[in-house]
Design a binder for this molecule. Structure first.
Ligand code: KG4
Ligand code: ZN
Length: 333
């Protein structure tokens, strides 16, 4: 089945066409330049840009795949979680397309799609596995029992990891999105220049990033408005080391408690070079296998939506056209 996947949950207007695990087209139109002056995504602006971009992105996807609309066998679109106005654009577009083409439609959960992005690259991940989703909007640890069955082990109590990256980058005057900019600076600085206390949380697999972010703010304020290159590099290195240390700490605890030794790391922050290097070492130390998408599939894309949508459609599951967008949602257990 050739499935069109539509993704507009945040600031990427993305459409892909996927057949099984084969990506026939994968077009992502990022709005990051539009939101950069604000240091983060402005929901209303994101929705308006999705409306303008989406027909162009679809035409480009069909062109790249060498297909016309009549050759599409089904349509999948993200329905949750994300920015409500932004989600509504892609979801309505996907539903309308399926209705007009008289093809089956399925709504896809964005988190479930991130978890399965590694499958698109033929990485053979055996169930059960632990999935760490780290992005701008989400930081969750799941036990994935099988396709469609998930147990939430923990999540962030405040900021998502990528959100903290973006906010610290803003404090350092680096720009938006901040994750890749801090990642570039981190190897130039001293990761021990600033020490951050590990947050103490009741839920053993929960996360918190707002304390680290506030500690960065206090250090920046001590500089009286003048941030030297050394300070920016040292702060980038120290923040990155603390954030990664925290993620890995939870992942390793869950591994030993649940005796599950396969890891999937996904979401925008999984593009981080420091995280990738640390995973290489820590996975060996703990006798684990880890799976991580290539960088273009770490951030939001339509291919992961089309892939998960395709699996549901092939198993006979459709969504009604009454399916609505949801800003927050849980995965099936
Ligand atoms: O998955 P994604 O594209 O969108 C959401 O679902 O949120 O993730 C975007 C987030 C942003 O916060 C961005 O700063 C972060 O991923 N990110 C990174 C890197 N590349 C993107 N964070 C750290 N290091 C990176 N190399
Ligand atoms: Zn995402």
């Amino acid at each position: 089945m050739k499935i069109m996947g539509v993704e507009t949950s945040c600031d990427e207007t993305a459409i892909a066409i996927v057949e099984g695990k084969r990506i026939l087209a994968n077009i992502v139109s990022s709005q990051s330049k539009v939101h950069a002056p604000f240091g983060g995504v402005v929901p209303e602006i994101a929705s308006r840009h999705h409306i303008e971009n989406i027909p162009l992105v679809m035409d480009e996807a069909l062109h790249q795949a060498g297909l016309n609309l009549a050759q599409i066998d089904g349509v999948a679109a993200t329905y949750a979680p994300g920015l409500l106005g932004a989600l509504l654009v892609g979801l309505q577009y996907g539903k309308s397309l399926a209705f007009a083409l008289n093809k089956p439609f399925v709504g896809v959960n964005h988190i479930e799609a991130h978890i399965h992005s590694v499958f698109l690259e033929n990485q053979e991940v055996a169930y059960p596995f632990l999935a760490l989703i780290v992005s701008g909007g989400h930081t969750h640890l799941f036990l994935v029992k099988e396709f469609g069955r998930y147990e939430l082990l923990g999540g962030t109590r405040d900021d998502a990891c990528g959100e903290a990256y973006d906010k610290v980058a803003k404090l350092l005057g680096l720009g938006y999105p901040g994750g890749p900019l801090i990642d570039k600076r981190a190897p130039l600085g001293n990761p021990k220049a600033f020490r951050f206390t590990k947050p103490k949380l009741k839920g053993i697999f929960d996360f918190s990033f707002s304390g680290i972010k506030t500690a960065c703010l206090l250090e920046v304020q001590k500089q009286n408005g003048k941030l030297s290159e050394n300070f920016i590099n040292d702060m980038s290195a120290s923040f990155q080391s603390a954030a990664i240390g925290f993620l890995i700490d939870r992942l390793v605890s869950a591994t030993h408690q649940l005796k599950v030794y396969n890891w999937v790391i996904c979401g925008g922050v999984s593009a981080n070079q420091g995280l990738r290097k640390t995973l290489e070492i820590v996975s060996k130390e703990n006798d684990c296998r880890y799976f991580i998408p290539s960088v273009p599939l770490c951030t939001d894309n339509g291919a992961m939506i089309a892939y998960v949508g395709g699996r549901y459609l092939e198993s006979g599951k459709h969504s009604p056209f009454s399916l609505n967008a949801q800003a927050c949602s849980e995965l099936p257990s």
